[in-house]
Design a protein around this ligand. Structure first.
Ligand code: UDP
Length: 254
């Protein structure tokens, strides 16, 4: 993928592709036998990555760094970027599931509690006729070898890993080469949502990008986590000079 489809905040890439762009790109990559990895980024993860070179490298090495979180879109708007709207991990996962049902790609679900991953599988199969969830494994088996063998035995094309961040991203990187899977996505708490355990914000809040506000009023404990948003915007705005300086220096040297 060319750098044209990315913006950079605090030294971390963010993809500017829409859901449809990503799906089309993934299909091309699958046809070419290439593996694709998807990591969702938000202000919290971008701040963490800016302070941890290994995490930054891990995120930057992914095929798609999707802007899950309104804070990243805001940053782009403030800096005159091209990011128009969020691409959330859960919505992208659901679109990939729909694609899999259509095209006959085999899906594997790895992570969450046993009853959660079972229920997620059941609900997704009921919603998407023709979907083949060829295997699943809960996220509390501490035997990576067994998980890898199960995924290979299922002959999976798409793997969704729900272990939380950055554990799921580290797991994907560690096992990427051992697996014949083509699409890898770390999906955090998404299985809990598909299982009906955790409710998403009502449509109205989501439409206006106010999912964070809904979470804040229904779960005030999250306030501390949400401080990442103003902190992130501040960091991005004060990083401006350095970035402009670099561009100017590069242009001068041409
Ligand atoms: N989880 C797991 N194994 C573990 C720890 C967590 O499978 O050892 C699962 C947990 O059950 C939940 C998901 O990982 O389904 C974490 O979701 P969370 O919303 O905390 O992730 P985030 O997106 O916030 O990183």
């Amino acid at each position: 993928m060319s750098g044209m489809n990315k913006e950079q905040y605090l030294g971390v890439y963010v993809s500017t592709l829409t859901y449809d762009d990503i799906l089309a790109d993934i299909e091309q990559r699958m046809a070419a036998g290439k593996k694709s990895t998807i990591i969702a980024v938000n202000p919290e993860k971008l701040i963490a990555a800016s302070q941890n070179p290994e995490l930054k490298q891990l995120i930057n090495a992914a095929t798609y760094q999707i802007p899950d979180g309104i804070g990243v879109v805001l940053a782009s708007k403030l800096k005159g970027g091209r990011l128009a709207s969020r691409v959330t991990g859960i919505d992208l996962m659901e679109r990939l599931i729909a694609l899999a049902a259509n095209k006959g790609y085999r899906v594997f679900l790895y992570g969450a509690k046993e009853e959660v991953v079972q229920k997620a599988k059941q609900n997704l199969e009921a919603k998407y006729p023709g979907l083949c969830i060829a295997g699943y494994m809960n996220g509390y088996v501490n035997d990576d070898g067994a998980v890898v063998r199960a995924i290979q035995a299922a002959n999976a094309d798409m793997l969704f890993v729900a272990l939380g961040s950055p554990r799921q991203e580290l797991w994907i990187r560690a096992h990427l080469d051992q697996l014949d899977v083509k699409v890898f996505q770390g999906v955090g708490g998404s299985f809990d949502v598909f299982a009906g355990r955790v409710k998403r914000a009502p449509k109205l809040f989501r439409t206006f990008g106010l999912e964070w506000f809904y979470r804040l009023i229904t779960d005030p404990k999250r306030f501390k986590r949400q401080l990442a948003l103003p902190k992130f915007l501040w960091k991005v705005l004060t990083e401006k000079e350095a970035a402009d300086h670099r561009t100017a220096a590069k242009e001068r040297s041409r």
